[in-house]
Ligand binder design. Sequence first.
Ligand SMILES: Nc1nc2c(ncn2[C@@H]2O[C@H](COP(=O)(O)OP(=O)(O)OP(=O)(O)O)[C@@H](O)[C@H]2O)c(=O)[nH]1
Ligand SMILES: [Mg+2]
Ligand SMILES: [Zn+2]
Length: 322
Amino acid sequence: MNVAGRKKKKTPRDAGRREPEGGSFPALAPDEGEPGLVVAHHGVAVLVRFESGEARQVWLQPEQRAVVGDRVRVARNRLAVEPARGVLRRRDPRGRERTIATNLDVLGIVVAPEPREPPGYIDRGFVIARSAGIEPILVMNKTDLDDGDELAARLIEIYAPSASVLCVCADRGEGLDLIFEALAGGRLGALVGPSGVGKSSLLNALVPDLDLRVSELNRGSGKGRHTTTTATLHALERGGFLVDTAGFKDFIAVDVVALEAAQAFPGFEEAIVEGCRFRDCVHKSEPDCGVLAGIEAGTISERRHRSYLQLLEELESSDGRS
Ligand SMILES: Nc1nc2c(ncn2[C@@H]2O[C@H](COP(=O)(O)OP(=O)(O)OP(=O)(O)O)[C@@H](O)[C@H]2O)c(=O)[nH]1
Ligand SMILES: [Mg+2]
Ligand SMILES: [Zn+2]
C-alpha cells in the first residue's frame, strides 16, 4: 500500500507516535472491549495477552495493522488498536516501511564479536531510537569469545559517554542482571541486531522455560541463519518486558531528518550543548559548531565525524523513496 498520499509533515511532537490505521475499522465503540497487549504477530492474526494472563489469537481485519507492543481492545473477536508511542520502524531492503514494535521505552542494539554488524549499524540504531523517543542501549553479547575484550573496550570508548553499554554472555548467563535493571519498573524493551548475534539466546537465558529457536552460525560465511522470523514479546520475572525480533542487517531510517540525526548521533551530545551557535546546526561547515570545534580540540575523532556525514548522506538519499 502506498502511504505517501497520506503523509503529514512531521513535527517534533509526532516523534515516535502513531495513530491507528485509518478510521475504517468500525468494529468497536470507544472503550468497548477487553484491554490486552499484542505479544506475537502471525501475518493475518495477532496473539493478544489479556490482564488475566490468558492469551488468545485474534484475526486482523483486511488492511488492519497491529504489531508486537500494541495495546488493543478485543470484543466480538475484533480488535481496536490504541494510539502508540515509541514506534520502531525501519525500511527493508526493498524500500518498504516495516514497523517492528510499538510502545517501546528501550531499544537494545545487540552486537557480538561474531558475526560483526555492518558499518554504521549501531549509529543508525541510536538515531532511529532517539528520534522515536526510545532510549537506546548497547548490548554486547558473547563476551566469552576471544575477541570479546577488545570489542568491549572499543564499544565502551565510543558509546559509554552516550548510553549504557552492557557486556553480557548468554551462554554463561553473565551480565543478565544489567538487562533486568534496564527494564526495571515495567519498561518495554526490544532486542534488535544482525542475525546470529544471540538475541533469542539472551531471551532464553532471561526467561525461565522459554525455548525460542536458536541456530549456529553458517560455517562458511560466519553469518547468522535468520532463525527468528517473527517478533515475540515476553514478560520478565523481575518486571518489564522484552521483545525478540528477527535479525536484519539493513537498519535504514524512515522519516528521520538531518536535524534529528545531528542531535541524536552518539558522541556529539556534550559538544552540541556546549558549542553549536545555531539550534539547527547539522555540524557540516556551520560557524561556531561545537562538533567541529571538538574535532579541532581532539575530543571528537574525525572518524566519528566521517561516520556521521555518511549517515546524513544516506538519510538524504533515502528521502524520496517513501
Ligand atoms: N559463544 C557464544 N555463543 C553464543 C552466545 N549467545 C548465543 N550464541 C550462539 O550464537 C548463535 C546464534 O544465536 P541466536 O540466539 O539464534 O541468534 P539471533 O540473534 O537470535 O539470530 P536470528 O534469530 O537469526 O536473528 C547460536 O549458535 C548461539 O548458541 C554467547 O554468549 N557466546
Ligand atoms: Mg533469534
Ligand atoms: Zn554543530
